[in-house]
Design a binder for this molecule. Structure first.
Ligand code: S3P
Length: 170
């Protein structure tokens, strides 16, 4: 089985994913990193030069490939949940864990980061709230979720491991 981390930008998917993989001795992959490697460009530049639709197509292609792997922790881009097929495919061989955080915490964690094209605008807090509200039903389809607002990465990893242990006992 794989463990797929979903959730909004700034909820800690990459940091937590790496830590979780080390702890569980699993492989680690990040779909955004794979896209950047393949395109030899940053996410932000891909959005600017080719547009969001192009990025989403690449994302789905990468999802199809990583869904075939086993024993990996896979961190995904925050919008991967928007295409239902992506999650359906990943779910076949993965627990889907969604990381949440409050808009205030997300703003603090993403502020000043230049590789988040969807947040490149004036009223970032409002933008975050709107996107979160729209995406809530998609994120809620996960098998398990953790609110990371008040936890450090060790705490989040512990929560996920407890969930996995409960699952394997049941
Ligand atoms: C996106 C999130 C980003 C990246 C792209 C789109 C989104 O990933 O895939 O900018 O739609 O929420 P992170 O969640 O890792 O920042």
């Amino acid at each position: 089985m794989n463990i797929v981390l979903t959730g909004f930008m700034g909820t800690g998917k990459s940091k937590i994913g790496k830590r979780l993989a080390t702890e569980l001795r699993m492989g680690y992959l990040d779909t955004d990193e794979l896209i950047e490697e393949r395109e030899k460009d940053s996410i932000s530049a891909i959005f600017k030069k080719k547009g969001e639709e192009y990025f989403r197509r690449l994302e789905t292609k990468v999802v199809k490939e990583v869904a075939l792997l086993d024993n990996f922790v896979i961190s995904t881009g925050g919008g991967v949940v928007l295409r239902e097929g992506n999650i359906r495919l990943l779910k076949k061989n993965a627990f889907i864990v969604c990381l949440f955080a409050s808009p205030e915490v997300i703003l603090k964690r993403t502020e000043g980061n230049e590789n988040r094209p969807l947040l490149e605008m004036n009223n970032q807090k409002k933008r975050i709230e709107e996107l979160l509200a729209f995406r809530k039903p998609y994120y809620e389809k996960a098998d398990f979720s953790v609110d990371t607002s008040a936890l450090d990465s060790e705490g989040v990893v512990e929560e996920i491991i407890k969930f996995l242990e409960r699952r394997s006992v049941n």
